[in-house]
Design a protein around this ligand. Structure first.
Ligand code: ASP
Ligand code: MG
Length: 402
């Protein structure tokens, strides 16, 4: 659709009535600049967290279908209030739930994936000149049961709508000015990045920069939706996220620190084919995402296998590893919550050997021991002592003069 912009406002941006009115003014401004506008909103402030808390106060194990029924109400409050705010400013507007705007998802409650979007209703409303406000984070499955897309999923709703409607652009308005070279709360000298590729921001987001929901970036890359991250509180220029070849080539785009991980080691497993397959298929079967994996060769036909998982999956993963260790006759399982993953991200990182050596040198300079190393096409990551993570991040940021 020509001249269409999809805007998404997060929970903080619609956190109270004044902020909702502020969003209403911004949306109207965009409309008046000659655009069609679809606005996706999250639940106000901490609403979703509060709803989750209520559910767990009632049941230790709330049914996922009912959980989605509950959590989706947060966004419904926001869309109705925003639509009212826009109406009170004399603009034509309509609010729609996920179901009403044709967002059909898989049935996996609390983690549903969008299968298709039937855009007829949306197009009808847009063509009649209305601003359309859509509840983020939700859809319906084939049985018309309400589903949600996973925490932070409103970004994904916005990108999916932008892709389905062939919008000109998808703007994500949030409480930060854009994507930074490092978390500015930890590294005060961090700078805003003007433009960054989908792949790079994906590494920064999933490594802990938390600006955008990773799935939304994946989807934007897949459907080539130009993304823009901006503050909803000022008019500063934000960060543009797009194709890599449009980007200015830099060695390092950013640094990220993930403190929500843990390290598990299975000691002295027999050195024979099928062992790693056995362990990691058990973990995959339990839906546990394993990140870094290192295998050390010992003497006497045994290996140590070490890997990292998200902190909230540690207990599950350790139980599986212990069962596995017992079955194959490994010596023991050890784990460590006191670790963090520090990464440098950029399209030039791996091609240039100097980056790795400078990264390791920086860690050496402040006496940080590297426990594991991994590389991908656009990043180098080290597992280090969590207590030293923030200091290391600052030092590396300085060292690379970002
Ligand atoms: N309200 C949901 C959450 O807090 C979705 C979102 O904010 O994107 O996770
Ligand atoms: Mg939220």
């Amino acid at each position: 659709m020509k001249n269409l912009i999809v805007q998404k406002y997060g929970g903080t941006s619609v956190g109270d009535i004044d902020r909702i009115k502020n969003v209403a003014r911004r949306v109207i401004e965009t409309k008046k600049s000659g655009k069609k506008v679809v606005v996706v909103v999250s639940a106000m402030g901490d609403t979703t967290d509060d709803l989750v808390e209520m559910a767990y106060a009632i049941s230790e194990n709330p049914h996922k279908r009912e959980m989605d029924m509950l959590l989706s109400t947060g966004e419904q409050v926001s869309i109705a209030l925003l639509a009212m705010a826009i109406q009170s400013m004399d603009e034509e507007v309509i609010s729609l739930t996920g179901a009403q705007c044709g967002i059909i998802t898989s049935s996996r409650h609390s983690k549903a994936k969008i299968d298709e979007i039937n855009t007829e209703r949306l197009e009808k409303e847009l063509n009649s000149g209305k601003i359309v406000i859509v509840a983020g984070f939700q859809g319906v499955n084939k049985d018309m049961d309400i589903t949600t897309l996973g925490r932070g999923g409103s970004d994904t709703t916005a990108v999916a709508l932008a892709a389905a409607l062939h919008a000109e652009r998808c703007q994500i308005f949030t409480d930060v000015d854009g994507v930074y070279t490092a978390d500015p709360r930890i590294v005060p000298t961090a700078k805003k990045i003007h433009a960054i590729s989908y792949d790079e921001v994906l590494e920064l987001a999933s490594l802990g920069a938390k600006v955008l929901h990773p799935r939304s970036v994946e989807m934007a890359g897949k459907y080539n939706v130009p993304l823009e991250v901006k503050s909803s509180f000022n008019n500063n220029e934000g960060t543009i996220i797009g194709e890599v070849d449009l980007m200015e080539k830099v060695l390092i785009r950013g640094i990220s620190l993930d403190e929500n991980i843990a390290k598990i080691s299975v000691m002295e497993v027999p050195d024979k084919p099928g062992i790693a397959f056995n362990l990691f298929s058990l973990l995959a079967g339990a839906d546990i995402h394993v990140d870094m994996i290192v295998q050390n060769v010992n003497r006497n036909n045994v290996n140590d296998i070490t890997f990292t998982v998200a902190l909230d999956e540690l207990q599950n993963a350790v139980e599986i590893a212990q069962k596995f260790a017992f079955e194959v006759g490994a010596e023991k399982v050890e784990y460590d919550k006191g670790v963090a993953k520090l990464s440098v991200v950029g399209t030039g990182v791996v091609a240039n050997a100097e980056v790795a050596s400078k990264f390791f040198e920086a860690l050496y300079e402040i006496g940080v021991n590297i426990q594991m190393i991994s590389t991908s096409e656009i990043k180098i990551s080290c597992i280090i002592d969590k207590a030293l993570g923030k200091e290391a991040m600052k030092h590396i940021h300085d060292k690379f003069n970002m």
